[in-house]
Design a protein around this ligand. Sequence first.
Ligand code: 5AD
Ligand code: SF4
Length: 466
Amino acid sequence: MTDTRTAPKKVLIKTYGCQMNAYDSDRMADTLAAEGYRPTDDLAEADLVLLNTCHIREKAAEKVYSELGRLRVAKEEAARMGRRLTVGVAGCVAQAEGEEIARRAPVVDLVVGPQSYHSLPALLSRAAAGERAIETEFAIEEKFARLEAAGRAPARTPSAFLTVQEGCDKFCTFCVVPYTRGAEVSRPVERILAEAEALAAGGVREVTLLGQNVNAWHGLGPDGREWGLGELLFRLAEIPGLDRLRYTTSHPRDMDDTLIAAHRDLAELMPYLHLPVQSGSDRILKAMNRRHTADDYRALVDRIRTARPDIALSSDLIVGFPGETDADFAATMRLVEAVGYAACFSFKYSARPGTPAATRDGQVDEAVKSERLAQLQALIAAQQDAFNRSKLGAAMDVLFEKKGRFAGQLAGKSPWLQAVQVEAPEALIGTIGRVAIERLGTNSLFGRLIGTAGGAGAPALAEAAS
Ligand code: 5AD
Ligand code: SF4
């Protein structure tokens, strides 16, 4: 499609929810760049606004409608100024609600589900012709193929996401993901390696592999054997320049021996693992269809910690799942106490339309959920604080990612995903430095640069070099 206007069109993409959406937003920006759209953060100059939405809990989904209310005003304002503002809804709310969005919010010109982003140019043409353009087909193979063909713009930060797998076949009874993101599909090995190599060549030092169920990833390896995520990580670790590897989000059932061995053997695999458990009660775990018990999880954590003693763990936890009693909740508290997490995300159960748990008996009172959440969050906060405190006085490698909050400071990440602020020259962005941790802030650690580690020879990033 050719653009006959001289001024580039501008697109504002607003991202909600998980890292997968963040990755998809960047890929949508790449696709739209080929259509002549440049990114903007300023609504007043935008020709197109895309909301990349999240449907995981009711609150997240409702945010979309309040944002659409604001966009209605902006669209009218633009029209008064003789400009056309096109409004699109992408992501999981788009997938789950489709036509319903257009009905509830007439401001919306196009609706596009997460597996149809390659159709954006066609949808925009239809919207420009005055049509309500809606596309919510499940077409993951086509999305992967077409987005890959469109290419990926060079990363602007030393840490990048790389989607290796989409969708989920686990069907936890509370979760919309199997319905909004569809069945589990793995990207082929060679495509993942090509993208990782391109990222490394562009100066990326840390890659986080993404998937709704990332450790269910599998594919045919170049050795003719079926690979799991462990084998893939061993291969990715060989790519020069990729000093740090991470992956998220994992299911406890899919932590196989090779993956645990990767934690033992690969210095590149960072000692941090997000391993959601959701509940510590076997009764509730069963009702959630998690397919493991609290003891299975504890035993798994032991094996992982034996393989990699300095590993930090994080989790997702839900309180107030239908039927959850005080005793069930107490079991969750006990599990969290026993495991000892570096960080946790905790949520009140939110009934999602179409999921089995939504219509079950024993829905828990909001006030009870709030009370349990407060108790759990106090425990989580204490554990997080203890974990951060344990790093006080330690020396660690920090990947410098961007300028810090104050002049002369850089913001980086510890191996354990902690934000670290350090006084260091800007030229060190994209390198890994050795840092002594001297102070704990509310959201970050403060440290002093004491040396470099692995920084030499790294190609400069597009942004860092300019
Ligand atoms: N209610 C509350 N939390 C939920 N999550 C997923 N679905 C729901 C729901 N219906 C949480 C889970 C999951 C995280 C991404 O969101 O803890 O791991
Ligand atoms: Fe949802 Fe994760 Fe369960 Fe899949 S494994 S259904 S994404 S909570």
